[in-house]
Design a protein around this ligand. Structure first.
Ligand code: FES
Length: 289
């Protein structure tokens, strides 16, 4: 058996013993964060990408700097300020991380739980370091800081595994426009499409969501940018006066006209296609550039 960090992370992916905690915590977070603009902001919808990766830079940067400053004399005050800023910055990082985590697959949630436990442990160690320094035990405080940074580094590795290996936070539809091929492609007959009912059509090996309103046809990638859910099985809803499709898996909502994200957890626009109807009633599509 391999004894590498990746092998450890893979074991956590399959650690079913974590599932009761995962379920309970996930249910709690989902209840605490109903769909709406606040939850969308935590996911990063207004910014077009998850907010969590940007926010974790503050605690990790501050804590790393504090531990480095501890190597030099006369830097105690600066270290304390950096530790305190890192602890304060870990709150928004945790809030955004929890929001994203609550809408992941279970194997991703197991790794996310371990990641969160490490980061919470690191914040606790840094808080302990502040307390030790305030109590005049600077050497013990430095030891706690170094331990906190080590734990945060393990947690960061697991966060990287979650994002880069398991694809949490990345768009799962980005490749679609590259796979569609250049130019216009015949998709289907206009008369074959039901009115105001989302359906799936194949363009080669690409699955497309097709939504017809009268003679207007909108086409998006059927694979949800959040985690690849089948959008054609979703609900049509009207948001901001426009028809949108809500993903059946976690409720991400996209404008059918152009794939704009209306509600998260998805933050990446759904790839959309230009459409035209030929004189003999065939629907043709072309990937938007
Ligand atoms: S797969 Fe999660 S919202 Fe679509």
């Amino acid at each position: 058996m391999r004894a590498s960090p990746a092998a450890l992370a893979e074991r956590i992916e399959r650690a079913h013993a974590l599932d009761p905690v995962v379920r309970r915590l996930s249910d709690t977070v989902v209840r605490a964060l109903p769909a709406g603009s606040r939850t969308d902001a935590l996911h990063g919808v207004p910014f077009g990408q998850p907010a969590h990766p940007a926010l974790v830079r503050l605690p990790l940067g501050c804590w790393t700097s504090a531990v480095l400053l501890d190597l030099f004399r006369g830097t105690g005050r600066a270290s304390r300020m950096l530790i305190a800023a890192g602890v304060a910055g870990s709150a928004p990082a945790a809030a955004t991380g929890l929001a994203d985590w609550s809408a992941l697959h279970t194997d991703q949630q197991r790794v996310g739980l371990a990641h969160a436990a490490c980061q919470a442990g690191a914040a606790t160690l840094f808080l302990g370091s502040l307390a030790a320094r305030a109590g005049g035990r600077a050497g013990y405080g430095r030891l706690l800081s170094a331990s906190g940074l080590a734990v945060a580094t393990v947690g960061s590795y697991l966060g990287g595994h979650l994002a880069l290996r398991l694809g949490a936070g990345a768009s799962h539809a980005e490749q679609v426009s590259h796979l569609a091929g250049l130019g216009w492609h015949d998709l289907c007959g206009l008369g074959e499409l039901p009115d105001r009912h989302p359906v799936r059509r194949q363009l080669g090996y690409l699955s497309l969501l097709v939504y017809r309103q009268g003679s207007a046809v909108n086409v998006l990638s059927d694979r949800c940018s959040h985690l690849g859910g089948p959008l054609h099985q979703g609900r049509i809803v009207v948001e901001r006066g426009a028809a949108c499709i809500a993903c059946p898996w976690h409720g991400s909502t996209f404008a059918v006209a152009d794939g704009t994200v209306v509600h998260g957890p998805a933050t990446a626009r759904q790839p959309s296609f230009e459409t035209r109807v030929t004189a003999d009633g065939r629907v043709e599509v072309r990937a938007r550039s």
